[in-house]
Design a protein around this ligand. Structure first.
Ligand SMILES: *Cc1c(COP(=O)(O)O)cnc(C)c1O
Length: 397
């Protein structure tokens, strides 16, 4: 028997990190002290107040059954309280909140809910790859919106052909942004609402970094923009906020009809997030320990950010210190043909792993991404090695 995967599987981009992973494995086998600044996964554990609650919840037989399809009412109410307190946005927990198996799951499925073959989605480039992959799986076309440094990594709506906008069903946006670290000012959100209304496009806003911010900056919900809730479904996550990437819990909020369609779709595919995790999720948000935890987490990343930004500037690299996210987006130094060439060189020379910008789309070329997910001491060590390798490359013997 011959195994023939569907065309959509063949269309999947080759796994961006496969080549790098191979080199990392080879380096580890050789005994190289590898420092991983590639993948955006918090290095510290889930805080103890959350783990303790989970231990209690997991013991309760009431949690061992299928959860309700639409998610626990109590968890959805907690998300609504969080939006009111954090963003000043009122949500109806019954109609405007859905529970997800991590936000990636909702982001991947939203296209199947709204895109017919031949429709198109507007997708930021560089960007989180799932926006385009979900679109392709739904039979839709991807129209890339370049995020350029001269526009502060915000898409320029005036450059989108009205004929293209007219065919668009969804527009993915993500601020604070992975991989560029950019944030969106309120005027941008207002312009996005206007653009979406004019062309009848649903905005799918990815707010994964709602709580990872520095220098007093507070990330905005798209729903804070006037009229935002009318056009938007917003994806949130406990992953980056509470170091819970492995737990798989997130949520979608926004326009009730859009949330309802996503819930209906999911009802036919998965059976929800473990009840114990949903109850623990409420604890994550509402335990008084959450405030000092989040503050300390931001201070930790901010210290690492400052180390990285100062070191890169010393190397003559022109970087912007991000106000949010745990990524630094760095122009590839002169003398390298591509971001992948640079990343391979650095890995082989130093054992430091960073991500080539090309992996996030064609407009990511010319950049690499550093994730601030190792301790400050290791971060310094990584920067020292980078500096030596660049000096060597600039002044070859
Ligand atoms: C990490 C990340 C996600 C996924 O988060 P989960 O809730 O763990 O699925 C979504 N979007 C962006 C931009 C991310 O960086």
């Amino acid at each position: 028997m011959q195994i023939q995967p569907a065309d959509r599987i063949g269309k999947l981009p080759r796994y961006l990190f496969a080549e790098i992973d191979k080199k990392v494995r080879a380096a580890l086998e050789k005994g190289v002290d590898v420092i991983r600044l590639g993948i955006g996964d918090p290095d510290r554990p889930t805080p103890d107040y959350i783990v303790q609650r989970m231990i209690e919840e997991v013991k309760l037989p009431r949690n061992h059954t299928y959860p309700p399809d639409e998610g626990l009412a109590e968890f959805r109410e907690a998300v609504a309280r969080y939006y009111r307190d954090r963003h000043g946005v009122e949500l109806d927990p019954k109609r405007e909140v859905a529970v997800l198996l991590g936000s990636k799951e909702g982001i991947a499925h939203i296209s199947a809910c709204f895109v017919n073959p031949g429709d198109l989605n507007l997708v930021p480039d560089p960007g989180y790859p799932v926006y385009g992959i979900g679109t392709m799986f739904a039979g839709g076309e991807v129209h890339r919106m370049p995020l350029l440094p001269e526009n502060d990594f915000l898409p320029d709506f005036s450059r989108i052909d009205p004929a293209v906008a007219g065919r668009a069903k969804l527009m993915f946006l993500n601020y604070p942004n992975n991989p560029t670290g950019a944030v969106a000012p309120p005027e941008f959100l207002a312009a996005a609402v206007e653009f979406a209304k004019k062309h009848n496009i649903i905005v799918a806003h990815d707010l994964a970094y709602s709580e990872v911010a520095y220098d007093g900056y507070r990330p905005l919900s798209f729903l804070e923009a006037p009229g935002g809730k009318e056009v938007c479904i917003e994806f949130g996550s406990l992953s980056k906020t509470f170091n819970m990437t492995g737990w798989r819990i997130g949520y979608a909020v926004g326009r009730a009809e859009v949330v309802e369609v996503l819930s209906r779709y999911k009802t036919n595919i998965d059976s929800g997030t473990f009840r114990a995790i949903q109850y623990t999720g409420i604890e994550a948000f509402e335990n008084p320990a959450s405030v000092p935890f989040r503050e300390a987490m931001c201070r930790t990343y901010q210290e690492r950010r400052d180390i990285v930004v100062a070191a890169l500037r010393e190397m003559g690299l022109n970087v912007v210190a991000p106000k949010a996210t745990f990524y630094v987006w760095v122009p590839v130094p002169a003398g390298f043909a591509s971001s992948t060439e640079f990343v391979s060189y650095i890995l082989e020379e130093t054992g430091v792993v960073v991500t080539p910008g090309r992996g996030f789309g064609e407009f990511g070329e010319g950049y690499f991404r550093i994730a601030l997910t190792v301790e400050a001491q290791r971060m310094r060590e990584a920067m020292d090695r980078l500096k030596k390798a660049l000096n060597k490359q600039r002044r070859p013997e």
